[in-house]
Design a binder for this molecule. Structure first.
Ligand SMILES: N=C(N)NCCCC(=O)O
Ligand SMILES: [Zn+2]
Ligand SMILES: [Zn+2]
Length: 317
């Protein structure tokens, strides 16, 4: 690589204090500032699809603020993602807060266009509704993908107040549209009260399998990873992470918190254990800063994004 071809990394924290300057993700360059990019982090500030507490529209900027402290070498994966690939912050996708259908189209269009410019995208939400247009965009590029979905919630419910497109329904809609390889898809970290037993039956009928939080507690991360890896195989993999998969102690800043979740340490270990899989895209959603304290949730989310980018960097190219 000639020096001009070398990726432009984050602002050097030994020359400019981390707390100075505008917060792009990890102080990385903006997409406009480099000739081309391999991996883009993009925000989708949108929360018109929520069933309970609003506020995830402020998630992207909150996660970027907390990402200032990330450093360029990731010892857990033995990789320097920002040196290996050109990683950029692609800013925020504009999504109409007053018209959910239009917003969903805007997100699909913008994610498709961005997907034409870069190899892989990690999206910061926004509420979980955005996974539907993101999967539509991914499907155009890769066909049906295995979906590994970490969440307290199934998000395969049918409708809320008659509305089919909400943050509780993206994986039902994506399944119906054939966007997902349902022979290789799985939920991780599911827990908490449901509307009825039928929720689980409906979910299984769609084709999903589940590794619950209880399974992780009972058998540990290695056993959970074994089940996940057996299920997803080597299919192109999309990872969707609802930050409420974490215990509210680890992620209070979210709209539909459920007690008894994973620790951030467990989630980070799980992602690291998937780092060699063909991850084609990912999202981290449902960070709602109004309920956060001391950036607890945003720090966790920023590290989750960092582990995803690290894993992708070893595969892109
Ligand atoms: N995707 C998230 N975070 N939550 C879905 C919860 C839907 C419900 O209120 O039942
Ligand atoms: Zn959730
Ligand atoms: Zn969710």
């Amino acid at each position: 690589m000639t020096p001009e071809q070398e990726p432009r990394g984050p602002v050097d924290a030994s020359l400019t204090p981390r707390y100075a300057g505008i917060a792009t993700f990890a102080k990385l360059p903006r997409i406009e500032d480099v000739p081309s990019a391999d991996i883009a982090v993009v925000g989708v500030p949108f929360d018109t699809g929520v069933s309970f507490r609003p506020g995830a529209r402020f998630g992207p900027s909150h996660v970027r603020e907390a990402s200032r402290l990330l450093r360029p070498y990731n010892p857990a994966q033995d990789v320097s993602p920002f040196a290996l690939r050109q990683v950029v912050d692609a800013g925020d996708i504009v999504a109409n807060p007053f018209n959910l259908a239009e917003a969903v189209e805007q997100i699909e269009t913008a994610a498709t266009e961005l997907g034409d410019r870069v190899d892989k995208i990690v999206t910061i939400g926004g509420d979980h509704t955005i996974a539907l247009p993101l999967l539509r965009a991914v499907n155009k590029k890769h066909g049906p993908v295995a979906v590994l979905h970490f969440d307290a919630h199934l998000d395969t419910w049918d409708t809320y107040f008659g509305a089919p497109t909400t943050h509780g329904t993206p994986f039902r809609r994506a399944s119906e549209e054939g966007l997902i390889d349902l022979s290789a898809s799985m939920h991780g970290g599911i827990r908490g009260p449901l509307y009825g037993k039928g929720d689980l039956e409906d979910d299984a009928a769609l084709g999903f399998q589940i590794v619950t939080t209880e399974f992780v507690e009972e058998h540990g991360v290695p056993a959970a990873l074994e089940r996940i890896r057996e299920r997803v195989g080597r299919a192109p993999l999309y990872i969707s992470i609802d930050i409420d998969v974490l215990d509210p102690a680890h992620a209070p800043g979210t709209g539909t918190p459920e007690a008894g979740g994973l620790t951030s340490r467990e989630l980070l270990r799980i992602i690291r254990g998937l780092a060699d899989l063909p991850i084609v895209g990912a999202d981290v959603v449902e960070v709602a800063p109004a309920y956060d304290h001391a950036q607890i949730t945003a720090v966790a989310a920023s590290h989750v994004v960092y582990e995803l980018v690290s894993a992708m960097s070893a595969q892109s190219g």
